[in-house]
Design a protein around this ligand. Structure first.
Ligand code: NAD
Length: 495
């Protein structure tokens, strides 16, 4: 069985690991490769090489630092078909969804090429008489990115293009369950002309993560994954004096007012819940109908879910692939049983996959009579399960959303601008949609939730990324006028 290599010091190197995680095609359970749990000396070497590269890279003109990213954008586009096929095989999502995954990553590369403008500082003349002040943004050193399984192409690119363009060096740790997509992308990165050590990939699991967290030579960590791990990473990273941004799990509510455009709204809601088999941090989970709108919403949801075609993500007819693993499938089915035992009523269970004798398929499920505080109203299921809830007023819907410990995203579907305004200004999640099922901010807007969906101070993407990956150096300067021998700032010297 082929082992995924690391990419250290500008070379693909086979790990000497003794432990591995299998990369399994969730459609047919074929073992595709093994991800090594890299050894301590391999990780230490990558960190050392990155710190050596930093001394030169951080002083390389920014205009030169972004040139490899221009090249990478072209290569990613030229090789998109191959990358998306690999992604679908190792993850299970449909080929179209893989395209979305990659495209969003390419957009990060595009935005990071604007670093000469993005990282400009500030200047002010005559802050006191004869004194000028200016502030630079400086890179900090070596950062690492710890990634989840659900966006094998996009999530690693949320971070490293910004980090590297702003003069840092970066180590990517892909999810051990889907490491093939990053291998394919690193084959392209290898052709772009980055000096060795600037961008590296070290494979592994939690031991690798702990090594990165504990190393004094790593300045910061960008993490995306489940909430318990995000909290752990944040606490441990901060204890080791690092900058940390840790994006966690979610429970997203989509609200429909009675005046909403019903068909389009519900189609967007169902796509949000079932896209990528529900394995998205921005996936809708609870659909909340207000007043009379509830029954219309429910009927339309039942109509829309019947069109879902579960199967092989590489088959163009398929609209929903399998979930990631046997464990994920078992966990989701257990949640479904617990929901029933709590009194939620299953009003739709899609066709079981009797025709497919292998694969980790979970049919779409729709529940109603979901009580506030119950499993379906609170827990991140991360599978194709839709919960319907009814409230009487918009205020009640907002209260329901704000009762959740998670606060990643939420949406309102309405034709009433005042309702949309009231909603977006009062909900806790920090990414809000109006008539959008997946309000994913673009690469140039700040991304990241709040409460237990995000630990840290600085969000990700665009200017927020520049903020995270740089520190400000402020210079105050004056020049003495020797000829006149006058002291321009007597008060200043007395401070
Ligand atoms: P996960 O937390 O299991 O794993 C994420 C990463 O952490 C992996 O690289 C893994 O190797 C590492 N890891 C796992 N356990 C660890 C431990 N005990 N110590 C140190 N490192 C550990 O998450 P996942 O199942 O791969 O991804 C799904 C989760 O990610 C969902 O909860 C989803 O909501 C979340 N997610 C959030 C966002 C967001 O933007 N907020 C985006 C994508 C995914």
């Amino acid at each position: 069985m082929r082992t995924i290599p690391n990419y250290i010091n500008g070379e693909f190197i086979e790990s000497k690991a003794s432990e591995f995680t299998e990369v399994i095609n969730p459609f047919n359970e074929e073992i595709l490769a093994k991800t090594p749990h890299s050894t301590d000396s391999e990780i230490s070497n990558a960190i050392k090489v990155a710190n050596e590269a930093f001394s030169t890279w951080s002083k390389t003109p920014v205009i030169d630092r972004v040139q490899p990213l221009f090249k990478l954008k072209g290569l990613l586009e030229d090789n998109a078909k191959e990358i998306c096929e690999i992604l679908t095989r190792e993850h299970g999502k449909t080929y179209k969804e893989s395209w979305g995954d990659l495209l969003r990553g390419i957009q990060m590369v595009e935005v990071a090429t604007g670093m000469p403008s993005l990282m400009q500082g500030e200047a002010l003349q005559d802050v006191a008489r004869g004194i000028d002040s200016y502030a630079y943004r400086k890179p900090l050193g070596v950062f690492a990115g710890i990634n989840p399984f659900n966006f094998p192409a996009m999530v690693p690119m949320w971070f490293w293009p910004f980090a590297v363009a702003s003069g840092n060096c970066f180590i990517v740790k892909p999810s051990e369950r889907v490491s093939m997509t990053q291998e394919a992308i690193f084959k392209l990165i290898d052709q772009c002309g980055f000096p060795p050590g600037v961008i590296q990939m070290v494979n592994g699991s939690k031991d690798v993560v702990n090594h990165l967290l504990e190393s004094e030579d790593i300045k910061g960590i960008s993490f995306v994954g489940s909430t318990p791990v995000a909290k752990y990473i944040y606490e441990k990273g901060c204890a080791h004096k690092k900058r940390v941004q840790a994006l966690g799990g979610a429970k997203n509510f989509l609200v429909m007012t009675p005046d909403a455009q019903i068909e389009k709204s519900v189609q967007a809601m169902v796509d949000s819940c079932l896209g990528c088999a529900g394995e998205r941090c921005l996936a809708g989970a609870v659909l909340v109908g207000i007043g009379d709108g509830y029954d219309k919403m429910k009927d339309e949801v039942l109509r829309a879910v019947k069109n879902i075609k579960v199967g092989d993500g590489l088959n163009p007819e398929t609209t929903m692939g399998p979930v990631i693993s046997m464990e994920a499938k078992a966990r989701i089915l257990q949640d479904i049983e617990q929901a029933k035992s709590e009194g939620a009523e299953c009003i739709y269970a899609g066709e079981s996959q009797e025709t497919l004798d292998k694969g980790y398929f979970v049919a779409p499920h729709v529940f109603e009579n979901v009580k506030p505080g119950s499993l379906l109203a609170t827990k991140e299921i991360f599978g194709p399960v839709i919960s319907l809830m009814k409230v009487d007023t918009l205020g009640e819907a907002i209260k329901l959303i704000n009762s959740s410990d998670f606060a990643n995203t939420c949406s309102i579907f309405t034709t009433n601008g005042m309702a949309a305004r009231e909603f977006s200004q009062n909900v806790h999640p920090s990414m809000v949609g109006v008539n959008l099922g997946v309000p994913a901010p673009m690469a140039f807007f700040s991304f990241g939730g709040s409460k237990d969906s995000f630990y840290g101070d600085v969000k990700v993407h665009g200017k927020s990324s520049v903020e995270f990956f740089t520190e400000k150096l402020t210079v105050m300067q004056r020049w003495f006028n020797e000829d006149k021998n006058e002291n321009l700032n007597p008060h200043w010297d007395n401070d």
